[in-house]
Design a protein around this ligand. Structure first.
Ligand code: ADP
Ligand code: MG
Length: 261
């Protein structure tokens, strides 16, 4: 399936609804969302708490299915797949980055990155496994830290390990729920620099963020309210993370100079 401009849609949501039932009460967490994300896009999903962002992400991540409507991932109707087929799709096509990193604490960085491949039915031989994990860590700038355990790494480095883990299976879609939620300004920009570099190489990225500043590193912003999309537009004043990082470093150096006087 191709669009008129020749690009392939990675994500297509058609009249997507998700209704939670507890006893007699029905909560329509998402109410009729249409969304299309093409290859190479970088999308920020925004909106107040309770607006349905996580519910939407859970479906995009094949952790959940629509109550009504359709979700096509790479053209495959996910709602019709069996549980096994769904977890296979999850493993092969999707990478996840969470706010809390979710790393195994007693396991080295490289072993954390190897994990998704170990669980894959197509797990490569040991040497190949190691090579792929090393390559993923190199992509996020952690080449020299492969043997470190999470407790020996900063928050930003831990998030990079989590990004490497998300990349190791070479997914067609990278999903991130508040990936900079626990990080300071400078570290957040460093993470966005990695996302932008991945995106420049063609990775499709959909991320949830509360922060307007962070959304400005994306190419497109989708705003949700009460389970519907209320705005969907390109980012007009896109920030370049490498440039912003330089500014922050200059500022920090200036503050340092003043402090030393
Ligand atoms: P957000 O991520 O934007 O904060 P959510 O998708 O988590 O929003 O939640 C959207 C709405 O759905 C909220 O009203 C929330 O209370 C409700 N909701 C979310 N998950 C469940 C659930 N498992 N059972 C019942 N209601 C839920
Ligand atoms: Mg949420």
């Amino acid at each position: 399936m191709e669009t008129s401009n020749g690009k392939k849609p990675v994500v297509v949501l058609e009249d997507f609804w998700r209704t939670y039932r507890s006893g007699e009460v029905e909560v329509h967490a998402v109410r009729g969302v249409n969304l299309r994300v093409e290859e190479g896009e970088m999308v920020a999903i925004m909106g107040a708490s309770g607006s349905g962002k996580s519910t939407l992400m859970n479906t995009l991540g094949c952790l959940d299915r629509p109550s009504r409507g359709r979700y096509l991932l790479d053209g495959v109707d996910v709602g019709r797949l069996s549980k096994d087929a769904l977890s296979d799709v999850r493993n092969r096509r999707l990478g996840f980055v969470f706010q809390g990193f979710n790393l195994l604490s007693r396991t080295s960085a490289i072993e954390n990155v190897e994990l998704p491949m170990l669980y894959s039915p197509r797990c490569p031989p040991r040497a190949e496994l190691r090579r792929c994990a090393e390559e993923a860590l190199e992509q996020v700038g952690l080449k020299g830290r492969t043997q470190h355990h999470p407790s020996q790494l900063s928050g930003g480095q831990q998030q990079r390990v989590a990004i490497a883990r998300a990349l190791v299976n070479k997914p067609s879609l990278l999903l991130a729920d508040e990936p900079t939620g626990n990080l300071d300004t400078r570290t957040s920009i460093e993470i966005m620099a990695i996302f932008q570099a991945l995106n420049r190489k063609g990775m499709t990225i959909v991320m949830v963020t509360h922060e307007l500043d962070i959304a400005r590193y994306c190419l497109r912003q989708v705003v949700m309210r009460d389970g519907v999309v209320v705005a969907d537009q390109p980012v007009a004043d896109r920030l370049d993370a490498d440039e912003e990082l330089e500014k922050v470093l200059d500022e920090q150096a200036a503050i340092q100079l003043v402090a030393e006087r």
